[in-house]
Design a protein around this ligand. Structure first.
Ligand code: F6R
Length: 256
């Protein structure tokens, strides 16, 4: 198994490095299916992709997108929904076709049916070519919290208190962070042909080390990426601070 671990000086540089991976995928195959993450870590990636679209002609007109997760109870136009996030940070600024952006409907009356519909839609699209992932402080990927089965599929899940506290920064003080979410499962994520993980900042250093160097276990959902043959991890120096030096290969492949 090969995992490329790229350590850059700053979150912006890590974002640009991850944008390189996404750009290479889209230029190689304009009809790619990309899996998108939300949250603060990928913001520099989206900023850079928007810049490359405007200044360098990078086009997403033929690309299809699937979001990773969504809060239960939040409609697509809710300011804190992930659907809204991706509109605001990416879709509104590039030449994406709105009909090619797929998200989970957090207001569906039958959430289990919605999860199944989504899983089937991902498969029917031909499968995700490149899945972008952030990493929670507790090691989660998507909203697969510790304890999530490694073969889990898209489903309703419950957030831990840590994650709700972490994500409260995106919500107005009077609005509670939803307890339930819809998320691609770990098994769904592992079906993607390539994985691209971004983590930045000192608060992620422990989760990064556990993900890359700890044992592969449901207690650190991110560790499941090591079951995948094609993974790139982009980090800033702070997020990489707890890694052993030999786990890190600047701009080259390293066997982990
Ligand atoms: C977001 C997602 C989450 C985040 C993770 C890190 O779609 O699925 O796993 O990637 O919580 O969030 P940030 O980047 O805000 O620290």
């Amino acid at each position: 198994m090969t995992m490329r671990v790229l350590v850059l000086d700053s979150p912006d540089a890590a974002g640009a490095s991850a944008a390189d991976v996404i750009e290479a995928q889209v230029r190689l195959k304009p009809q790619s299916v990309l899996g998108l993450a939300t949250g603060s870590s990928p913001i520099p990636i989206y900023r850079e992709l928007v810049r490359r679209h405007r200044e360098e002609g990078l086009s997403f007109a033929e690309t299809t997108f699937f979001l990773l997760d969504e809060y239960v109870g939040l409609a697509a136009d809710h300011a804190c929904s992930y659907r809204h996030f991706i509109q605001e940070h990416f879709v509104d600024h590039v030449d994406v076709q709105p009909s090619k952006v797929n998200g989970l409907d957090g207001t569906a009356s039958d959430l289990d049916a919605e999860a199944l519909r989504y899983e089937q839609a991902m498969i029917a699209s031909g499968g995700i070519d490149l899945q972008l992932l952030g990493l929670g402080r507790n090691g989660h990927i998507g909203f697969n919290e510790p304890g999530s089965p490694l073969d889990s599929q898209t489903r309703v899940a419950t957030l831990t208190e840590t994650t709700r506290q972490d994500n409260s920064r995106f919500f107005p003080p009077v609005d509670p962070v939803p307890v339930r979410v819809l998320t691609q499962g770990i098994g769904s994520i592992l079906r993607a042909r390539n994985l691209l993980v971004i983590a930045t900042g000192a608060a992620k250093a422990q989760a990064v080390a556990a993900t890359i160097e700890g044992s592969i276990s449901t207690s650190v959902p991110g560790s499941a990426i090591r079951l995948h043959p094609e993974v790139t991890v982009t980090l800033d120096a702070q997020a990489a601070a707890h890694l052993r030096a030999d786990a890190i290969a600047q701009d080259q492949s390293s066997a982990v």
